[in-house]
Structures are given as C-alpha cells and as structure tokens.
Design a binder for this molecule. Structure first.
Ligand code: ADP
Length: 279
C-alpha cells in the first residue's frame, strides 16, 4: 500500500493492557486495516513493539507509514513513540459509541480491572465506576480458578453453559473463592457446575458496580472476559436484560484510540466500518 501517494493517512491505536496488548490500524477512510492481540507478559515495551509490528505487517505497512499513534491502557505511559496518550475509559467509551451509538452502558471486564461506564451517543463519559483494587470481578479471578481446576481459561465459558446443577460460590474475595473451589472439587462437585457458580459470582460483583451508577440500556460487554459465554449468560440473568457483545471485545479501546488519532489529524467525521470487530 502506498499510503502517502494517494494522501491516505494511517493511524494506530495501541492499548497496552495489564494482561493483553492490542494494536489496531485504521486509515483515513474509516477502514480498519488490521489488528493484533498479544499477551502482555512482563516485557511491556517489547510486547507493544511486537504487537504493532504484527498489526502493520498484516496490512503490508511499516512503522514509517504511520501518521499518528495514540496509546491507551494501563501501560500507555511506556509507549514513548505515541503522539498522544489517553485513558482507557475515554477510549473505550469512544470506540463503543462509534460502533454502537445506541449503547448507554459499557461493562468492560479486563484482566486486572473492570469498568462500568455510562456513556452518551457521542462517546462522552457521563459517569463511571472503576474496580482496580480487587481481583474479584476481573479476568484474573477466572484465570486463578481455571488454573486450580486445570482448565484453559478459554474453555471456562463452554463448560459453564453445560452446568446442570446450581452451586453457589459465595466468597467475593478471589483468594477465598479459589479455596472454596478446591473444597467443592474435593467434595465431588462437577467442574461445569463449579465454573457456572464462579461465573455467577463474577456477575454478582459486576452487578454491584452497575448499581452504583444505576442500570442504563442498551448494554455492551467488552474486554477479554466478554469472550466467556458463562459470564455473559450470568450477567444477562442478573441484569434481567440481553447484552451486546462484539466479536472482538478486546479491541474497543484500541479502536477508540485510533479514531481519536484520525481526529487529531483533522478527520473529524469519518464513518468507521467496524464490521470486522462486531460481527
Ligand atoms: P486487559 O485488561 O489487559 O485489557 P483483556 O481485556 O484482554 O485484558 O482481558 C483479559 C482477560 O480476558 C483474561 O484474564 C481472561 O480471563 C479473559 N479472556 C481472554 N481471552 C479469552 C477467551 N478466549 N475466552 C475467555 N476468556 C478470555
């Protein structure tokens, strides 16, 4: 692609999350060219570079083709080549509003935090709750449980929806919940029933946060935990409403960051084609 020749501008949104790093490449016509997701690990800076390089490679571009880079996420301050750095809450709200303008509430459940955001149709944040002090209600909680049950975290959702018996996991604290799960297993409880109980425990915690700002609908659930169907079903049950889940729920903040990048370049009213991320 000859980006400069036809005056097409290329921007990148980088979401340096605590658990996964995401890079998304967007052009000035609003087309999402490519994206990449990597586990963050301990080498933040190396992961950011690799993730962006992989995303660029996927659309036959290189670093010199980039006209603007916006960094967001927990590790955004380490992205020292970014032109702009924005909070995840603002980028997530912005990304979601551009693809789901009707949505009024965002439930973002990531690796080490969860956020509930009340948003208007322009992506303006009206109110939010951030839980980053406790693993309960985050992906970390699910990772701990998956590890103690010897199941990949990706398989928890499928297993949860096979549950036939209700088991309540009553502990809110992730550490105590893990010992509760070990005891349930020792008492012969079925793994599917335990995992479903864990998904309901997460949903209970999230619904508590939702209550702090009041339920608004329609709702989108994003972040990596949105890939867990057990958590989605439990949330729908407790909120008593259906929720929307994008096909690539981890990319909403990177998308919002990239769109903000286009705006910084003067492309203010670009209609983003996000079909790749939602369907
Ligand atoms: P970050 O906070 O770094 O942005 P993510 O939004 O990517 O993190 O969420 C990471 C969490 O998402 C993990 O802790 C895990 O619980 C969950 N997760 C990631 N991939 C999957 C998957 N394929 N299926 C189910 N859960 C997943």
């Amino acid at each position: 692609m000859h980006a400069e020749k036809n005056n097409l501008k290329i921007v990148a949104g980088i979401d340096a999350g605590s658990t996964t790093t995401k890079a998304l490449i967007l052009d000035s016509t609003g087309k999402i060219l490519s994206y990449h997701i990597l586990n963050t690990g301990s080498a933040y800076w190396e992961t950011v570079k690799e993730c962006l390089s992989k995303a660029l490679e996927a659309s036959n571009l290189n670093w010199s083709n980039l006209n603007y880079v916006v960094a967001t996420g927990y590790g955004r301050k380490l992205v020292n080549f970014a032109n702009l750095e924005l909070t995840e809450i603002s980028c997530c709200a912005y990304g979601v509003a551009k693809v789901f303008p009707e949505v009024r509430m965002i439930i973002d459940i990531g690796g080490q935090d969860s956020k509930i955001i009340h948003v208007d149709r322009d992506g303006f944040v009206i109110n939010f709750v951030l839980n980053d002090k406790c693993a309960a209600g985050t992906g970390r909680f699910l990772e701990l449980i998956a590890c103690s049950l010897g199941i990949p975290v990706e398989d928890l959702g499928k297993l949860a929806i096979r549950s036939t018996k209700i088991i309540e996991v009553s502990n809110v604290c992730a550490v105590f919940a893990e010992s509760e799960v070990v005891s349930l297993r020792a008492a012969g409880a079925d793994k599917a029933d335990i995992v479903a109980g864990v998904c309901r425990a997460i949903a209970r915690r999230i619904v508590g946060f939702v209550g702090q700002i009041g339920l608004k609908t329609p709702i989108v659930v994003c972040g990596g935990v949105a890939k867990n169907l057990g958590v989605i079903r439990a949330l729908e049950e407790k909120l008593n409403t259906k929720v929307l889940v994008p096909r690539e729920p981890q990319l909403m903040s990177a998308l919002g960051a990239a769109i903000r990048g286009l705006e910084e370049l003067g492309f203010l009213k670009v209609k983003v084609d996000a079909t790749k991320l939602i369907l």
